[in-house]
Design a protein around this ligand. Sequence first.
Ligand code: NZQ
Ligand code: ZN
Length: 393
Amino acid sequence: MRDFNYYAPTQVVFGEHSEEQVADLVRKYGGHKVLVHYGGKSAIKSGLLDKICSLLKSGGLEMVQLGGVVPNPRLSKVHEGIELCRREGVDFLLAVGGGSVIDSLKAIAYGVPFDGEVWDIYTGKAEPETSLPVACVLTIPAAGSEMSDSSVITNEDGDYKIGYSNNLCRPKFAIMNPCRTFTLPPYQTAAGVTDIMMHTMERYFSHDNDMTLTDAVAEALLRTMKQCIFAVLKDPEDYRNRAQIMWGGSLAHNDLTGCGLQGDWATHQLEHELSGMFDVTHGAGLAAVWPAWARYVYKEDVSRFVQFAVNVMDVPNDFSDPEGTALRGIEAVENFYHAIGMPARIHELLGRDVTDEEIREMARKCSQDGAITVGSFKVLAREDMEAVYKLAR
Ligand code: NZQ
Ligand code: ZN
């Protein structure tokens, strides 16, 4: 078991009436003038944005608004937010939306007090010393950004999608009302659950396999998500199952399922190139890559894949054929993706074949021109990345 430092400082306020507390929470964490950041239209259409703004106003807080964050949030919107916050003297940042809005907000939080180009933080050229406080009203369970230390931004100049992690931007609070997720379309619901499960699977496929408590938490989370998704696809207003998914999204990415383990994260790195290049939904991109990654790496520790197949995917354990059991576990994941409307290959994701040239370009970017490797279950160099993309096509 590895030593670890578990830090999950976000106050989670969960439930049907959780939004009512928004003004008190902003004041509790020192906010006076708030940037309310949101996406395209869902928060406007549902009335959530109006509700949050009027609660802030009646709670005596000043505010400015900035909408228009798109999935795979763009650097240009971050620049706009930084300028607005500086001009208006904003001292607290509130996202009303999903991972894209929260991530855009986190980048703005670094950028406002930073004397330089915020993108340099994402490329590793600079380190922030401080940030403005951030918080969120979550509307889609998926990215886990509501409790995580990460944010992922796309620079339109070259389509570079890069993540950056720092405890500075862990949200002060996260308001989570499962009813707000009733309006999610089936594709976003399924992509969200795929991402949630992947945040746990990235940690689970590790060579540090003596942390049985962490394994048990991870397996329970994965099994629960696997069951709940079918219930909410059938009945989008199923509060009980929407609630489990919403809480699952936070637990999957607040490091709880990684305590004592070194995670892998290669699937995420490979996917970020797909969504950077093709602007696809992150969770669907993960589903298109994972089966190929799994087939490429499972021999590094067949027993880990057997444990996953049996304990998570309900594959009968054929003790005489561990490899067969491991492979049937991967097939079961592919069948699961198809059953919830996700792709299991890149051509299913894009609706066309990915070209050799595109594969080379994604591997070039992912490996930073061959300078870095990704993953730890099996360390992937540039040529391995190309091989995984080819298997996934
Ligand atoms: O823009 P609107 O109209 O709000 O529509 C959004 C968007 O089109 C819609 N939506 C959100 N809540 C809704 C809703 N539609 C109906 N009803 C609601 N209640 O859903 C679409 C997707 O939203 P987005 O915020 O992009 O989803 P998600 O939470 O999956 O975030 C994805 C982003 O997070 C990054 C991904 O790479 C991607 O850029 N990630 C961030 C991580 C982190 N910060 O820790 C980790 C993840 O691995 C991930 O990489
Ligand atoms: Zn993810």
